[in-house]
Structure formats: structure tokens, C-alpha cells
Write a protein that binds this ligand. Structure first.
Ligand SMILES: Nc1ncnc2c1ncn2[C@@H]1O[C@H](COP(=O)(O)OP(=O)(O)OP(=O)(O)O)[C@@H](O)[C@H]1O
Length: 326
């Protein structure tokens, strides 16, 4: 990879709060136009990492390099942050007594009035906020605040957008509105983004690459397909989707397999696992069939049509390559 395509780089970042280590030896690079998802459980250090990248907090050790320039420590500075790196906090930081429109327009205050109006209208439209454009920020719902904060940040056309749980307050409809707004901006502005989430589905859908953070350490980085299909361990496998645990005959070796890799067969001689259907759950676009065998081992698989019933005997099969050993 060419060196000049790297926008933001973190080298050996380490951070503790008191005696508690929160980030250990973090190395990351963000390429121009890339979307990097940081996936981790609550308390794994995601927000702390984002605050260090956004120059709101200093690491104890290590550097953050933006376009080949090392960022200076933020401590002692009057105004934290960086003009080309925009962090959207979970608290949003809007002007509470200004309207949505005024909040967005503030980011464009150095542009002429015509361009400002045009851009504000475009952002109100793509983020679906026209209906509340005259409402004061303090009166907005959590989801509206979140979308206003993102519109405000997008107006500044940062090189790097840092998003802390971007979809956290949103229902499905607004999640789609915001997703398509960001997608449009992403195409137009070739902006890079680091976003943190504990939702595997968001990380898988939105990232060019995912970094998995566990207890302050990055344990795997790869494309969504790599992280999902070749997780480095069972922790990453469980964090990124559903898995079933299986044991060998002697109950010594443990294996896991994704539910979508398991299929029922009508030919018992092909069966690798048999049991009874214990429960059926509807998930909208598929049914989850939960089974149990005589050893009380449980296994789930998916069906895209409802053709099973509770209590039914099922023969299941799967390819050996899909069985992962820990
Ligand atoms: N200023 C602080 N002082 C002391 N401890 C802190 C501070 N900020 C964060 N921590 C601790 O550091 C750890 C990591 O916090 P952080 O907010 O980075 O995690 P997170 O992965 O973003 O969690 P969540 O998904 O719940 O927001 C937590 O245990 C938290 O309590």
C-alpha cells in the first residue's frame, strides 16, 4: 500500500486510568476514504480510543499521526479537537438554544450566505431533519439530536469523521435515513471514518475493515468477511454472530459452527447430527430452529421458510470445513 494513502495512524497507543489499563499497544491505520469499524464489548476501551484519535484526550504513550504529521498533545491546549478530524460524541454537543438549522449553519459560518443556505438545505434533506429544522436543539429526541450532530459534522467536510455509536439512539427507519445520508456524503466527499460500535451487524455492514477490541487490545483486524468467516478465536466468532458449540465423541475437542452452515437432510445416512426440534423463533427474514439431542447438546440452524415443527426429529448435515476448532 502506498504511504500517502494513509490519513490517520495510531502507533503503540497505551492508556491507563489510575492503575487500570484501558488501551494497550494499539496500532491502527486509516486509509483515505476508508471506513474502519471498531467492534468491542462495553468497557473494552472504544470511546477512549476515539477520544485519543480525535485529540480530546492524550495517550500515556504512543503517537497519533495525521497526514504524516504527529499530533501534539492536547493537554494544555485551550480548544481540544482537530479541525480536519471531527469527533461526534455520545453527548452530541449541540447549541441547545439554537435551532437545528442554526446548529448546522454554524459549521458553515465562513462560507457565503448562498452556499450556506444550499448546503444546510441539502443536509437537512439527506438526514431527514426538515420537519424539525426550526426546533431548538434542547427539545429534540435522542435520535434527532444524533442526526443533527452528524449533519453539523458533515457540513464541516472533515477529512476524518469519528463516530461514537452512530446508530445507538435510532429506530430502524431513522437508522436507514442516516445510513443513506452518510453513504451519500461518503461518496461525495471521500471522507474517512472510524466508528465504534458494540453491534456486530453495524460493524459488518458499514466497515471496509473491522478492528476487534478486547480489553483494550486489538485482537483481529480484517475485512468484515475475514472477521466473520475466519475469526481468530471463539471470542471473535461469538462477538460477530451466532455460533453453535459441538464436542467430539470423547467430549474432549470443542468445535463451533455458524447456524447458516447447517442444513437438514432427508437422508439419515448423510446425517452428522440428529435431534429434536425444541423451539422455533421467527426473526423476520428467517426462522431459527433450535434442536436438542439425546446428549442434551443444542444446535440451531436457519430456515427461510417455515417447514418444521416442535418435537420433529431432524437429521442435520454440514461440511467439515465449516467446523472450526478452538
Ligand atoms: N475518565 C475516566 N476515568 C476513569 N476511568 C475511565 C475514564 N474513562 C473511561 N474509563 C474506564 O475505562 C474503561 C473503558 O471505557 P470506554 O468508555 O473507553 O469503553 P467503551 O468500550 O467505549 O464502553 P461503552 O461501549 O460502554 O461506551 C471503562 O472501564 C471505563 O470505566
Amino acid at each position: 500500500m502506498k504511504k500517502d494513502t494513509i490519513t490517520l495512524r495510531a502507533q503503540s497507543l497505551t492508556k491507563s486510568f489510575g492503575a487500570k489499563p484501558v488501551l494497550s499497544d494499539i496500532d491502527l491505520q486509516l486509509n483515505a476514504g476508508e471506513w474502519l469499524g471498531i467492534l468491542g464489548e462495553s468497557g473494552s476501551g472504544k470511546s477512549t480510543l476515539l477520544r485519543i484519535l480525535g485529540r480530546f484526550q492524550d495517550a500515556d504513550q504512543g503517537q497519533v499521526v495525521f497526514k504524516e504529521q504527529e499530533l501534539k498533545p492536547v493537554s494544555g491546549e485551550l480548544i481540544p479537537g482537530h479541525e480536519s478530524i471531527k469527533l461526534i460524541h455520545q453527548e452530541f454537543e449541540l447549541f441547545p438554544n439554537q435551532t437545528v438549522e442554526e446548529n448546522i449553519a454554524y459549521s458553515l459560518r465562513f462560507y457565503d450566505a448562498g452556499y450556506r443556505k444550499e448546503k444546510v438545505n441539502e443536509l437537512l434533506s439527506v438526514t431527514g431533519l426538515e420537519y424539525v429544522k426550526n426546533q431548538k436543539a434542547k427539545l429534540l429526541s435522542g435520535g434527532e439530536k444524533q442526526r443533527t450532530a452528524i449533519a453539523k459534522a458533515l457540513a464541516e467536510q472533515p477529512d476524518v469523521l469519528l463516530l461514537d455509536e452512530p446508530f445507538a439512539h435510532l429506530d430502524n427507519h431513522n437508522r436507514r435515513v442516516l445510513a443513506s445520508a452518510i453513504e451519500t456524503m461518503r461518496r461525495q466527499q471521500k471522507m474517512s471514518c472510524v466508528f465504534v460500535t458494540h453491534e456486530a451487524a453495524d460493524a459488518l455492514a458499514w466497515s471496509d475493515r473491522i478492528a476487534v477490541l478486547r480489553e483494550g487490545k486489538i485482537i483481529q483486524i480484517g475485512t468484515p468477511q475475514e472477521v466473520y468467516n475466519q475469526p481468530i478465536d471463539s471470542y471473535v466468532a461469538e462477538l460477530t454472530g451466532d455460533i453453535n458449540w459441538l464436542a467430539d465423541e470423547a467430549n474432549i475437542k470443542q468445535f463451533y459452527i455458524r447456524p447458516e452452515k447447517i442444513k437438514p437432510t432427508k437422508r439419515p445416512e448423510k446425517s452428522r447430527w440428529q435431534g429434536k426440534v425444541e423451539a422455533i423463533r421467527f426473526h423476520g427474514n428467517h426462522w431459527e430452529i433450535r434442536c436438542i439431542n439425546s446428549k442434551k447438546e443444542k444446535l440451531s440452524f436457519y430456515r427461510n421458510r417455515m417447514d418444521m415443527e416442535v418435537g420433529q426429529l431432524v437429521h442435520l448435515t454440514y461440511a467439515s470445513k465449516d467446523l472450526k476448532r478452538i
